[in-house]
Write a protein that binds this ligand. Structure first.
Ligand code: B16
Ligand code: MG
Length: 219
């Protein structure tokens, strides 16, 4: 297999926005009078905004009608956006920038495949928006990961076959989405959690294109 496109998840792969999601959701939980812990927040990683709210309300043992839920999700997003507007290039995770540069120099397409509707704003704040040949965010897809739609659309937009695409993901559902799409799946994070991936790396600190080519050649 020749690697022609690399498709990146955002939160947990390129930057750590989970901490800002946590703060914004916690403010909502506080206002509703229940505790929301960092452990609870793990359940929201890679999950869409509305599905995250359902999990949060389940933790609080509360139910609301659709209109109220929509309003709460909007409020949370407003708070979240206040945090991400303060982000800067220092928040790009270690090694990411040099790996993206290497891909650029080698003519490999770069795409984003994120559940976040705020993805573009975040890439802008990080100063790396222009490095991406295609951006697929939560507003462009009907089906959440593990459905492969977000990554298949990313490959399509850069004109590359799924079988020539590599996905980088930190969430189990994202790894499954890549596999469902017939792509190579590289896990970023915990080996036991991401065991279905073709390969798991701690991060991009020691990850190079040479390493990626070694991985795909042995599949
Ligand atoms: P938004 P990813 C995901 O990003 C986050 O991991 C998840 O916690 C969040 O709920 C989701 O984006 C939606 O984000 O509210 O900004 O639309 O990992 O898919 O890049
Ligand atoms: Mg993620």
């Amino acid at each position: 297999m020749e690697v022609k496109a690399c498709i990146f998840d955002l939160d947990g792969v390129i930057c750590d926005t989970a901490k800002y999601h946590y703060l914004a959701w916690k403010e909502l939980a506080d206002s509703l009078g229940f505790e929301f812990t960092p452990e609870d927040n793990e359940r929201l990683k890679g999950v869409s905004r509305m599905a995250s709210l359902d999990i949060l309300l389940e933790i609080g043992g509360l139910t609301f009608d659709a209109q109220k839920k929509h309003q709460m999700a909007e409020e949370k997003n407003k708070r979240y956006r206040e945090y991400i507007f303060k982000m800067n290039p220092d928040e790009i995770l270690p090694g990411v920038l040099s790996f993206l540069d290497e891909l650029k120099r080698s003519g490999i397409s770069i795409a984003l495949g994120s559940a976040s509707k705020n993805a573009k704003t975040i890439l802008e704040r990080l100063g790396i928006l222009s490095l991406f040949d295609a951006i697929v965010d939560g507003s462009m897809v009907q089906h959440a990961k593990p459905n492969p739609e977000v990554f298949l659309l990313g490959a399509k937009l850069v004109g590359v076959q799924p079988t020539e695409s590599v996905v980088f993901e930190d969430a189990q559902a994202g790894i499954q989405a890549a596999l469902n799409g017939g792509m190579v799946a590289i896990g970023i994070g915990d080996k036991p959690v991401l065991q279905k991936a073709h390969y798991v790396a701690d991060g991009f600190k020691d990850f190079t294109l040479k390493k990626l080519r070694e991985i795909v050649v042995n599949l």
